[in-house]
Ligand binder design. Sequence first.
Ligand SMILES: *Cc1c(COP(=O)(O)O)cnc(C)c1O
Length: 435
Amino acid sequence: MKLYSTNSPERTVDFKEAVFNSMPQDKGLYMPVEIPKLDAGFIDKIESCSLKEIAYEVAKNLLQDAIPDADLKAIIDDAINFPAPVVKLDGSTYVLELFHGPSLAFKDFGARFMSRVMGYFMEDGERTLNVLVATSGDTGGAVALGFLGVPNTQVTILYPKGKVSPIQELQLTTNGQNIRAVEIDGTFDDCQALVKLAFTDWELNEKFRLTSANSINIARLIPQTFYYFNAYAQLKREGKADVVFSVPSGNFGNIGAGLLAWKMGLPVKRFIAATNVNDTVPHFFKSGFYEPRPSVATLSNAMDVGNPSNWVRIMQLFEHDLEGVKKIVSAASYTDEQTREAVETIFEKYQYVVCPHTAIAWLAIEDYRKTSGDDLSAAVFLSTAHPCKFPDIYEGEIAKQVEIPAQVKELEGKPKQATGLKADFQVFKEFLMKA
Ligand SMILES: *Cc1c(COP(=O)(O)O)cnc(C)c1O
């Protein structure tokens, strides 16, 4: 597999380099030079395949010879070890549950696959890989649990004190082994700034082999294509073919993966990018102007992104032609008030509890139904996190229905291990240097 940078298409690297670098020197993003179509025979019989079988076929198609078959199979077997069921709510409305992994969010797909690919590419005697990551909640949990126990890796997670939910904090701070949590007295932006400074500090880079493992890493994007194919397979089993996917979007990695799947030959009628009031992309669709803005805090905080880092990948897939994007993608944005209402409506209608991010994807489906006049044979909204991660927004009957999964119950008695630090780079650097 060869990849190019969106900023300098003529220079290509192999998969291993793209995985360890995350971002090219020129600050572009890595994209596959070739996106081969899957064999039509495979799509024809996809309904007879398991998630792992689908994942292998799709990964093989993209990675080509970057990882030998048997090793790729082993990586997928280990990484994709939880289901991604499509749950039917009514005759034409479905929810794709992506929260059955260890951190209860769809980011487990990306983080688990990436950590295992990194572990695989590390040769004997290579220097320990030091993963630094800043989190506002979900990314840190997925990365921590993804790398937990992966040999030759050490993960440092920075999170803002008092600004993650209790379950998120448990996932960040109870791991031990090769995972350590740093509780920063500041905001998520402070955490991110500290990580960025660390990457530019020569002394730290001399002492450690630093990597960021963030959401732009191509090894996080690839495994997210698997569940789109797998959702299609499940719907095909039900006799549904015309599928619309609505994707709660922040950095646009999830929907980017869906579009990559579509480029590989997945039959999809339409994608809907659903955002909160951080509506840079929906605004772009309306006005034709791409105007990134500082992010605004919302209930769906994992989508509080003012300048979605994966957007350029999507534009690249369509050769920077917005009209081309619009042929297959719609976009819509919603307020916190609408989000709360949707959580309630979905519960009343279906006795089903969604997280605030997921509620936004449902809203976009409902609107699309109304405005397009299309009665949609299979509208699928992606559920990106388990509701128990966002307990503050539920009241009364709904709150009672939010179950705590076994993965979380296991963590509940464990002691919190985190180093508290000021939001100060010198302090953070000293902490890293001593370790
Ligand atoms: C990260 C996240 C999103 C946004 O996904 P992107 O790939 O950044 O668009 C949505 N919902 C939840 C729960 C998340 O953790």
